[in-house]
Design a protein around this ligand. Structure first.
Ligand code: FES
Length: 590
C-alpha cells in the first residue's frame, strides 16, 4: 500500500522570521520545527538537535552549516547531513514561499531511518557511549523496529568484540547481555529500555576485523574432532579448539559442539574455574535464541577460550581436590549412566548440606558420591545447591566484606547446572556438582555457619497493613542502604503471605535504575527463574521448599549492600523523551 503524499502546510509568515534570525514553530501534536532566514532564503529543519536534543534555533549558521550551541555538532542546513560522529543526520524540510507565507512539506509519519539508527547503535557500541546506545535503541523501538533485530546487531558486535578484545573473561559480558534481555522482557516502556540498554552497554567495546577461521581439510570426522577437542582442552590450546569447532559446524555436526564443550568444562582439572560452566550456559542460551548463523563466531571463539584456557599450577587444596575427583570419575559416570526420570527426590538433604558446607572437601565429595549412587534426581540436587547459595547470601555478615562476588558465583554456578544437564546430559551435570561443591569449599573464608536448610526460618511477620506498604518499606530500605534490616523485612513480608512475585518485580525495577544494575543483572535473572520454579508444582525444582524465601532475602541484601544510589535514569529517560521528539527543546523553550 502506498503511503499518503507528503503534505504542504503554511507554518508562518515571512515577517515572523526576520533576515538572519531563527524561529521555532510547533506543528501537529507539538513537534518543534526550526525556521532559518539566511541570505535571503528560508530553511526548515527539525528543531531537536539529533545529538542530545538541544534547540537548534539557538545554533549558529555559517556558510550554510548549522552548528548546535551545546556540543557543537554541525549540519548541512539544506540537506541535514551531519559532519560529526555519534550523531545522526538532521531532518530538513522543503520550503516554499507563497506570497508572504512560509509553507513547508512536512512528510508523512512513516519511519524511514532504520538503517541509519542501527548504524548509530553500532557506532555507540564501538565507542562505548551509553547515551548514543540508549538514544539509538529508543529511536529504533519508537520506529517500530523489532527488538530481535536490535539484539541481533548487538550480538554480532559482541561476537567480534570478544574475538578481538577478550580472553575467557568475555563470558561476563555475554552473561550481562543475555540476562539483561531476559530481565527486560519482564518489563515495559522505560524499564524495558533501560534493561536493554544496560545489556547493550555490556556488549560495547572495540571490535576489530580478524582473519576468517577456515575448516580443517578433509578427511576429518566427528570422532576425531571429539578426541582432539578434549585433548586440546587438556593441553590448554584454545586456538586449535576453535578450528575444530568450526570444522564440526562446517561438516553439519553442529549439535555435538555444546555437549562437547560442557564435557570438557567439567573435567576435574577445571575445578576452581566456575565461569566455564556459567558462560557455556549463556552461550547455549544465545544459540537457542538466535541460531548458529548469528551466534557461531561468539560460540566458537569464546567456547574455545573457556575450555582451552591456561590453568596455572594448582595450590595444595585444589591439587588434592582434582586428584580426589579424578579417582571418583568412573563411579560418577557409572551412576550418571543410570539416571532416569524415575529417580528419587526424597533424600537426606541436611546430611548433604552439612557435608558440602563442612570445609572438608573429602567429606563434601564423598557426600556427592553417596547421593549419586543413591539414585537421587540430579535436578533435585541442583535445587539444593541453588537454595544453599541463596541461603548463604541471606545470612552472610555485611559488616566488613560480605563476599558478594564469591556468593553470587556459587548461585550462578549452581543454577548453571540446570543448563549443563539439559545440554550436556547426566554425566556433565553429575560432574558439575563437584565443581559447585568446590566453589563452596573455596569460599570457606566467608565463615558462614552451616544451618539445616529445611529448618523453618523465623516466622515473624512484617508489621504493615497491606502488601503495597510492605513493598514500599522494603524498597525504602534498599534505597536508603539499610542492609541491616532489609533481609528481615523481606522475610517478614513473605511470612505475612504477601506476593513474592510482586516484591521481586518491584525490587527488579529499582535495581535496573541504579547504576549497579550491570553487576546485578545475572543474579536478578536467576532469582526470577528460580523463584518461579519454587512456585511451580515440581518439588525437585524447589516447589514449596522451606528455604525458597532466601532467594529474595539474599537478593535484597545484595542489592542494598552494593547500591550506590546513583541512578542511570538520565540516559534512559532522556532517550525515551528524545525519541518522542521532546527533551531539551521543551526545557529551553517552555
Ligand atoms: S550538539 Fe546539539 S545537543 Fe549536543
Amino acid at each position: 500500500m502506498s503511503s499518503p503524499a507528503p503534505q504542504w502546510r503554511c507554518v508562518a509568515s515571512l515577517s515572523d522570521v526576520p533576515a538572519g534570525e531563527a524561529k521555532a514553530i510547533r506543528i501537529g501534536e507539538g513537534r518543534s520545527i526550526a525556521l532559518f532566514n539566511i541570505d535571503g532564503r528560508v530553511y526548515a529543519t527539525e528543531n531537536q538537535c539529533p545529538h542530545m536534543g538541544y534547540p537548534l534555533t539557538r545554533g549558529v549558521v555559517r556558510h550554510g552549516i548549522l552548528t548546535c550551541d551545546w556540543h557543537g555538532r554541525s549540519f548541512d542546513l539544506e540537506g541535514g547531513g551531519c559532519f560529526n560522529s555519534e550523531c545522526d543526520d538532521l531532518q530538513t524540510f522543503p520550503v516554499d514561499i507563497r506570497g508572504r507565507e512560509i509553507w513547508i512539506q512536512v512528510g508523512d509519519s512513516q519511519y524511514r531511518r532504520r538503517d541509519e539508527h542501527l548504524r548509530l547503535l553500532w557506532e555507540g557500541l564501538l565507542s562505548e557511549d551509553r547515551w548514543t546506545i540508549s538514544k539509538a535503541i529508543a529511536l529504533l523501538l519508537k520506529g517500530g523496529v523489532a527488538e530481535d533485530d536490535i539484539v541481533q546487531l548487538i550480538l554480532r558486535h559482541i561476537g567480534r568484540h570478544i574475538v578481538s578484545s577478550h580472553e575467557a573473561d568475555g563470558g561476563k559480558d555475554v552473561a550481562r547481555l543475555i540476562n539483561g534481555l531476559n530481565v527486560g522482557r519482564r518489563y515495559q516502556d522505560a524499564d524495558r529500555l533501560i534493561a536493554l540498554t544496560t545489556a547493550a552497554c555490556s556488549a560495547a567495546g572495540q571490535a576489530a576485523e580478524r582473519l576468517e577461521v577456515v575448516p580443517l581439510p578433509e578427511p576429518v570426522d566427528r570422532d576425531k574432532i571429539d578426541r582432539w577437542v578434549r585433548m586440546f582442552s587438556h593441553d590448554a590450546q584454545s586456538g586449535r579448539i576453535e578450528r575444530c569447532l568450526f570444522t564440526a559446524h562446517h561438516q553439519g555436526d553442529g549439535e555435538m559442539i555444546l555437549p562437547l564443550l560442557f564435557a570438557c568444562a567439567v573435567e576435574p582439572y577445571f575445578l576452581g574455574f566456575a565461569d566455564n560452566l556459567i558462560s557455556l550456559g549463556y552461550l547455549s542460551e544465545v544459540l537457542d535464541l538466535f541460531g548458529w548463523k548469528e551466534s557461531s563466531e561468539l560460540i566458537f571463539n569464546l567456547g574455545a577460550k573457556l575450555v582451552g584456557r591456561r590453568r596455572g599450577e594448582p595450590e595444595r587444596f585444589r591439587r588434592d581436590a582434582v586428584s580426589m575427583m579424578t579417582s571418583m570419575v568412573p563411579s560418577i559416570e557409572e551412576a550418571a549412566s543410570h539416571a532416569s526420570a524415575n529417580q528419587r527426590i526424597e533424600y537426606d538433604e541436611e546430611a548433604f548440606v552439612s557435608a558440602v558446607g563442612s570445609v572438608n572437601i573429602q567429606k563434601s565429595f564423598d557426600a556427592i558420591g553417596t547421593v549419586l549412587a543413591a539414585d537421587i534426581r540430579l535436578d533435585r540436587l541442583v535445587t539444593t545447591l541453588v537454595l544453599l547459595a541463596a541461603d548463604r547470601m541471606a545470612r552472610t555478615p555485611v559488616n566488613v566484606d560480605a563476599g558478594w562476588g564469591a556468593l553470587t558465583t556459587e548461585l550462578h554456578l549452581a543454577a548453571s547446572l540446570r543448563t549443563a544437564q539439559r545440554c550436556g546430559g547426566a554425566t556433565v551435570a553429575a560432574k558439575g556438582l563437584f565443581h559447585a561443591a568446590w566453589q563452596i569449599f573455596a569460599d570457606r573464608w566467608l565463615n558462614i555457619p552451616v544451618r539445616p536448610l529445611t529448618e523453618p526460618l523465623s516466622g515473624e511477620k512484617l508489621n504493615v497493613p497491606d502488601e503495597a506498604t510492605g513493598v514500599r518499606v522494603i524498597l525504602d530500605s534498599i534505597k536508603s542502604l539499610n542492609v541491616q534490616d532489609v533481609g528481615r523485612q523481606v522475610l517478614g513480608y513473605l511470612n505475612a503471605g504477601y506476593s513474592g512475585q510482586t516484591l521481586l518485580h518491584a525490587m527488579g525495577r529499582i535495581i535496573l535504575w541504579d547504576d549497579t544494575s550491570r553487576q546485578l543483572l545475572p543474579t536478578l535473572r536467576i532469582v526470577f527463574d528460580e523463584w518461579e520454579q519454587c512456585h511451580g508444582s515440581d518439588p525437585a525444582l524447589g516447589a514449596g521448599h522451606p528455604a525458597r524465601f532466601q532467594l529474595l532475602v539474599g537478593l535484597a541484601r545484595y542489592a542494598t549492600d552494593i547500591r550506590t544510589n546513583k541512578d542511570s535514569q538520565s540516559a534512559a529517560t532522556t532517550a525515551m523523551r528524545f525519541a518522542e521528539g521532546k527533551t531539551t527543546v521543551e526545557v529551553f523553550e517552555e
